[in-house]
Design a protein around this ligand. Structure first.
Ligand code: FES
Length: 277
């Protein structure tokens, strides 16, 4: 069992959990993830390791309540425990001294860019973080990203905080201003990552995206996380989760993410009924 040491509500529907998992905390690297199962009857879901502390033996995950398991996880409190956590999984980010790196996080993707931004900064890159949210009340970790970035730009779709618009608008502005950008790293909704890739392609800016397909086993055996990159079949859990964003078949990824939508809704409704919510 993996005890929850700390829970924090970062924004409506977005929860942080610091969990005791010493072995994972010792080995975790930026961009790696875990697969957890809450209890015997739980499904397996992947979540990025947003932070880790080898000395405390803890990992931090940030989960948005979108489906049955993430809502159920949202009911867990400090002192509760998670049955299984598998990890760290996936290949770590390629951290190097690229020059100027633009980190783009959309929604809960902001938590996922944090460890990468931190590592990029530590090796001497100039880090610009663009954090995109729908609206002001959903903004979180702006301070945390400021600590590991040279510049931070916050965007909200409705203009209630920071720059009005999408992360791509902020990125386009940087490009138009003539900012030299050596690498863009994007994590967030597929539509956002696709839009970032389309923009940077025009300027030949190397772009990496961290993909979020459905995962089951997390070890390259089940095929659930299959993606097409540069015309080749890849498994995001073992070959990724990061890939060259200009080579990803985004439309296929979007389609595959909807395969189980009806079943997901049914399962969520059943859970809500049982919980009396
Ligand atoms: S999750 Fe099964 S192959 Fe990747």
């Amino acid at each position: 069992m993996f005890p929850i040491l700390r829970k924090e509500r970062l924004a409506p529907g977005i929860n942080l959990f610091e969990i005791k998992a010493p072995k994972i905390a010792r080995h975790a690297k930026p961009s790696q993830f875990i697969i957890l199962r809450l209890h015997e009857r739980g499904e397996r879901i992947p979540l990025t390791i947003a932070d880790h502390d080898p000395e405390r033996g803890t990992i931090t995950i940030v989960a948005q309540e979108v489906g049955k398991t993430t809502h159920e996880l949202g009911t867990y409190e400090e002192g509760d425990a998670i049955l299984d956590i598998l990890g760290p999984l996936g290949r770590p980010s390629h951290i190097d001294r690229f020059g100027t790196v633009v980190m783009i996080g959309g929604g809960v993707g902001v938590a996922e860019i944090y460890p990468v931004a931190k590592a990029m900064k530590e090796v001497g890159n100039y880090v610009i973080s663009i954090l995109g949210f729908r609206t002001k009340e959903l903004v979180f970790w702006e301070d945390k990203l400021r600590n590991v970035s040279d510049e931070v730009i916050v965007t909200t779709n409705d203009g209630s905080y920071g720059m009005k618009g999408f992360t791509t608008h902020a990125l386009a502005k940087l490009i138009e201003e003539g900012k030299r950008i050596d690498l863009v790293h994007a994590v967030g909704p597929v539509v956002m990552m696709k839009a970032v890739a389309e923009l940077t392609r025009q300027y030949g800016i190397k772009t990496v995206a961290s993909l979020n397909p459905i995962m089951v086993d997390g070890s390259g055996m089940c095929g659930a996380c299959r993606v097409t990159v540069g015309g080749q079949v890849k498994f995001a859990c073992v070959d990724g989760p990061e890939f060259d964003a200009h080579l990803v078949d985004w439309d296929e990824l979007m389609k595959r993410l909807t395969y189980y939508r009806e079943l997901e809704i049914m399962s969520f409704e059943r859970w809500k009924g049982r919980e009396g919510r």
